[in-house]
Write a protein that binds this ligand. Structure first.
Ligand code: FAD
Ligand code: NAG
Ligand code: NAG
Ligand code: NAG
Ligand code: NAG
Length: 591
């Protein structure tokens, strides 16, 4: 399926790079970030060290997990992140740098860019984080919790963890106290809010982090001065001396050894255990990090990274591993299977009146149980290519090179359509091949059709009229009065959008893009058990978005970070009691 230009794809055009790469002043000076005391370059770490917990991937899940495991009651923790620290990249600090960071995303495994571009086999351009903080250091900053039903599982889920909802709530709160803010909503976002209400996405819920039916303002990780807060900031909660964060540390494999049969009580117990990891610094020096007795390796390398590392470590479908020449440690047929990405489709316009830059602040949730597409909006100040003008008839030939583009988009929840991931190279820095098979399930396509119609209704609202421009002479209204119309960038809706399902479905397929909420590959009940342990192994877990078979809420980062905190507390409690303790004992750990 071919992707048509979407705002972000347009930006990938190489000739824009020079303008975007122009040096920007460092927006915030001052004290070093709170995580700095823990961070060293991997070249400065020992070639062999021992830890209680080794967390692979310093992203949305990995940072809160490592901070918690190195907190009260915890142990000695190593966090390994293949990218650099966010403070090295000034563009990451502001919402204005969002588009710039994506435009400069580099697919090369050797690049230092904090976003790594890739294209799925579906032909849809995409990016993944390559920096401490993971997605939270490069994303749009919108923060919203999962809908309550998510914790109880969905139609086709094999299994869901037995979530302790009190601990879930307190873990969300822990993240929120440090990272989230109430945004000031004006300009495009305020207009979208009014238009959503006009299009009957009601009630109006005001500002809330809860997932509730209607229109709401969510939290943001950009503070009042516009500075981004990321999961890396949560590292400051670690006890000094317990946490060591190595950046530019690319984990190449988990070391998985057979368990001594004498020590292996019970034949049903796993026959292999993780004993450590191998990682490589930027000078290609190999390091070994090994577990102390009772320790664990936790993969938090994200939806692409975690299944990739399991495969590279011999945990995966035996026949695939054998054909790649990787010795099989555990035959686990579902590693890299069940890969999902929520389709995003939208309409982008060049508004007739000036508007500010805004990332997502307002969302429309037409139904509480996650069965209707979510509506989100953004506006970007972007340079538009003269080359694009012939393709975009609504862009006036006299338009300036830099324009503001505003987008209203819908995201299909779930989704049900799923694909798979496979190794295209033994290099762990290379993005594995992945196919998401967007819209392979008719239910997803039907959702998109309904969602796109809602986008059209929002655009048709009276509130949106001020963003229409006088149309050219070719489109005079019946009364000879110049009609006002939207200047659309990229694909336009079919004229019969309100009645013709086939035409809207074609639009969905033609314009599908990603909202970067991809998940799966190490799904609960198939690759990991309800405690996120890799089935068939000991002392190895996966804690990140790769374990999800349905994306949580309108946007996932809240729940991914919550999960890191939650699992950190669970693991510490297990460490102390070697049994699951009740929630009243967690409060002691949370002081
Ligand atoms: C452009 C963009 C915009 C987004 N906007 C939003 C938004 O506004 N709101 C929202 O809720 N969500 C948003 N998301 C999604 C959200 O950021 C992700 O769902 C979330 O970050 C996933 O968390 P994770 O821990 O699973 O993986 P990540 O956060 O991606 O973390 C994985 C980390 O592991 C590291 N890693 C991978 N392999 C290795 C290896 N071999 N060795 C060492 N380290 C490794 C990576 O470099 C990365 O830092 C956005 C994502 C993107 C990319
Ligand atoms: C968790 O928080 C939600 C939303 O605030 C609330 O509805 C629910 O009752 C809470 N659950 C528990 C167990 O505290
Ligand atoms: C979800 O809610 C809608 C109404 O808001 C209802 O029509 C639908 O049946 C619900 N679906 C499920 C799976 O509960
Ligand atoms: C609906 O749209 C499709 C695809 O554009 C077109 O082939 C078909 O004729 C349209 N149907 C009607 C009833 O106009
Ligand atoms: C829960 O933990 C508290 C404190 O550790 C203890 O007093 C209580 O008996 C425990 N309750 C159960 C049901 O185990």
């Amino acid at each position: 399926m071919a992707a048509t230009p979407t705002p972000l794809l347009l930006l990938a055009l190489p000739f824009l790079f020079a303008a975007l790469a122009a040096a920007q002043p460092r927006p915030f000076g001052g004290a070093p970030p709170g995580y700095a005391r823990y961070v060293t370059d991997a070249t400065a770490t020992g070639v062999e060290e021992e830890y209680d917990y080794i967390v692979v991937g310093g992203g949305a899940a990995g940072c809160p997990l490592a901070a918690t495991l190195a907190g009260p009651g915890g142990g000695r923790v190593l966090l390994l992140e293949r990218g650099g620290a966010p403070a090295e990249f000034p563009a990451l600090a502001t919402a204005g740098g969002f588009v710039r960071t994506l435009a400069l995303a580099d697919p090369s495994p050797d690049s230092d860019a904090p976003a790594q571009a890739f294209s799925s086999e579906d032909g849809v351009p995409n990016v993944r984080a390559r920096v401490l903080g993971g997605g939270t250091a490069i994303n749009a900053g919108f923060y919203s919790r999962a809908h309550p039903g998510w914790f109880h599982g969905h139609g086709e889920d094999a299994e869901v963890p037995d979530w302790d909802m009190r601990l879930v709530n307190s873990s969300y709160e822990w993240v929120e106290q440090e990272l989230t803010f109430q945004p000031e909503v004006h300009g495009w976002q305020a207009a979208v809010r009014a238009a959503l209400l006009e299009a009957n996405v009601t009630p109006w819920n005001g500002f809330t982090v809860e997932h509730v039916t209607g229109t709401k303002i969510g939290a943001t990780t950009f503070d009042a001065s516009g500075r981004r807060h990321s999961a890396a900031d949560l590292l400051a909660f670690a006890r000094p001396g317990r946490l060591h964060v190595a950046v530019r540390a690319a984990v190449t494999r988990v070391i998985i050894n057979p368990i001594d049969p004498a020590a292996r009580r019970g034949r049903s117990r796993p026959a292999v255990a993780a004993v450590g990891v191998v990682y490589q610094d930027r000078l290609l020096q190999q390091h070994h990090a090994l577990l102390r007795p009772g320790g664990e390796v936790i993969l938090s390398a994200g939806t692409l990274g975690s299944p990739q590392l399991l495969l590279l470590s011999g945990v995966g479908p035996a026949s695939d591993l054998a054909s790649l020449g990787i010795p099989v440690s555990v035959d686990s047929p579902d590693v890299g299977k069940h890969m999902f990405d929520n389709p995003r489709n939208g309409i982008s316009i060049i508004p007739s009146v000036p508007i500010d830059h805004s990332l997502i602040q307002v969302v429309g949730i037409p139904s509480a149980n996650g069965t209707a597409s979510y509506l989100e909006a953004a506006s970007y100040i972007v340079p538009v290519s003269p080359m694009l003008r012939p393709a975009g008839p609504f862009i006036s030939p006299t338009s300036p090179l830099y324009v503001t583009m505003a987008t209203i988009m819908e995201k299909v929840p779930g989704p049900l359509s799923e694909g798979s991931l496979w190794l295209s190279s033994p290099n762990p820095m290379e993005t594995p091949s992945v196919r998401f098979d967007y819209f392979s399930r008719p239910e997803d396509l039907a959702q998109c059709v309904v969602g796109v119609r809602r986008v059209a209704q929002v655009l048709q609202s009276r509130t949106m009229d001020i963003f229409r421009s006088a149309a050219g002479t070719s489109s005079q209204g019946r009364r000879g009065r110049a009609r006002r119309d939207f200047r659309i960038v990229g694909a336009t809706l079919p004229l019969d959008w309100s009645t013709n399902n086939t035409a809207v479905a074609d639009f969905c397929r033609r314009t599908v893009a990603t909202l970067w909420h991809y998940h799966g590959g190490c799904v609960v009940g198939r690759v990991v058990d309800k405690d996120f342990r890799v089935m068939g192994t000991q002392s190895l877990r996966v804690v990140d978005g790769s374990t999800f078979s349905v994306t949580p809420g309108t946007n996932p980062q809240a729940t991914v970070m919550m999960m890191g905190r939650y699992m950190g507390l669970k693991m510490i409690a297990e460490r102390h009691s070697r049994r699951l303790v009740n929630t009243s004992s967690y409060s002691e750990l949370q002081e």
